[in-house]
Design a binder for this molecule. Structure first.
Ligand SMILES: [Zn+2]
Length: 324
């Protein structure tokens, strides 16, 4: 059997990035390689010859079907040159803690805060691969709360707090990959689907004694219930998931000075997971490559879909150039 791997092609440094993506066609070449790693193939007729229009549309020489590399993706109908998207993706991925809206606005030289905010929300949505592998082996699961003044309760009504389910792989004393999800409550109806969506069957799942984990299917997982010895020593049990919870809270609350809109929390958690799961990567450009791959297969997101709690009118949206 012949085994082959696609060469992973990404810039190794910022200098290399700047030298490589100097113009539109260099960026489109890269998108082309991401979309057709083994060469062009017409989506309509399978033909392998094409020509490129001046607008970087790839046209099949047989059936003349037009292939746009950005249509239908997060970059669709953007009036900015593609180099700006590339640079935004570079800064988004190459900086250790990411980049906030104000910094990115300055870096790109954009006039509109809203445009940059929108771009960042779109990029955050590209951090999660739909077919990503589930966690496996020893996995700790717990929930924690973000926001609000008082400690959260696992029952209903948690005083303006947002509950987050967390799953953390433990490899001896080290932490492996993680998953985070905003959840409406801490009931079994919420927690069990979170576990089955994120953890491979056959894994060892450690939880505390919360009743929400009680009905976990013993035929699918080996369920370990751990109990803390002293009431004040919660880190003695499930140390991995508690460490992750405190790191996440520090980053989210630090970035937003304690105030954030729960409607966007999942996007920030997705970005956090993306960085965390790649924290040991040796190459600065590898995360950039992943985001480009995701962007090319992403679906178009409208301002309204992102701005779930929007108070903007359609005419305000169109004046911002954000309606779709
Ligand atoms: Zn064709």
């Amino acid at each position: 059997m012949t085994e082959f791997t696609l060469t992973e092609d990404f810039p190794k440094s910022e200098i290399e990035f700047d030298q490589r993506f100097l113009n539109e066609s260099a960026c489109f070449d890269y998108l082309f390689k991401m979309k057709w790693p083994t060469g062009f193939s017409c989506t309509q007729c399978g033909h392998q010859a094409y020509w490129v229009s001046s607008k970087n549309i790839f046209i099949c020489t047989r059936c003349e079907h037009q292939h746009s590399l950005t249509a239908g993706t997060i970059m669709d109908s953007s009036k900015k040159p593609i180099m700006y998207w590339f640079k935004a993706m570079w800064w988004f991925t190459s900086r250790k803690s990411g980049v906030n809206t104000i910094n990115l606005k300055d870096l790109l030289g954009f006039g509109s805060y809203n445009t940059v905010w929108y771009w960042l929300q779109k990029l955050r949505r590209c951090t999660i691969r739909k077919d990503r592998e589930k966690l496996s082996g020893n996995v700790e699961v717990d929930e924690f709360f973000i926001g609000g003044q008082k400690p959260g309760k696992r029952g209903r009504g948690s005083n303006g707090k947002t509950a987050v389910a967390a799953a953390v792989e433990k490899k001896s004393q080290k932490i492996g990959r993680i998953r985070l999800k905003v959840i409406p409550d801490c009931s079994a109806n919420t927690l069990l689907p979170f576990i089955s969506a994120n953890i491979e069957p056959g894994s060892d799942v450690s939880t505390d004694g919360w009743k929400g984990y009680e009905p976990l299917d013993e035929n699918t997982y080996r369920h370990h219930k751990v109990f803390q010895n002293k009431a004040d020593d919660k880190d003695s049990v499930l140390p991995g998931v508690h460490l992750v919870a405190s790191l996440v809270k520090r980053v989210i609350l630090g970035t937003h000075q304690g105030r954030f809109d729960p409607g966007y929390l999942q996007n920030y958690l997705d970005e956090y997971v993306f960085r965390f799961n790649r924290r040991t990567s040796n190459f600065i450009g590898k995360k950039f490559m992943r985001i480009v791959q995701q962007a090319i297969s992403s679906t178009k997101i409208t301002w309204r879909q992102i701005k779930v709690n929007t108070t903007l009118t359609p005419s305000q949206e169109s004046s911002l150039g954000l309606s779709a």
